[in-house]
Design a protein around this ligand. Structure first.
Ligand SMILES: [Zn+2]
Ligand SMILES: [Zn+2]
Length: 94
């Protein structure tokens, strides 16, 4: 069991999570590169019920069905809710 805490850039949005880490991903897709402004996005997977977010987030639903939640003040990304997983070659799969 791992406890994670964090906040957005301005501190308006906070989150905490105490869960088993289910996966770790490095995604190089177009969306992740545009959101991060870098070559890839790093993420860890946890159960949705274990993540508690405090504060009013805005969200964007991507065409692939994933939902990205972010702080409206600084457009600071908080987390993504996805129903897809990466295969061992780094490609999205259902
Ligand atoms: Zn913020
Ligand atoms: Zn991606």
């Amino acid at each position: 069991m791992t406890k994670l805490t964090g906040r957005c850039l301005c501190g308006t949005i906070t989150y905490e999570c105490e869960a088993e880490l289910e996966s770790m991903t490095y995604c190089h897709c177009d969306t992740c590169r545009r959101v991060t402004g870098s070559a890839f996005n790093i993420g860890v997977g946890v159960s949705r019920d274990s993540l508690k977010v405090s504060g009013e987030v805005q969200s964007h639903t991507h065409t692939n069905g994933s939902i990205r939640e972010f702080c409206p003040m600084w457009i600071s990304s908080i987390h993504d809710r996805i129903s897809i997983r990466m295969d061992s070659c780094g490609k999205h799969r259902q």
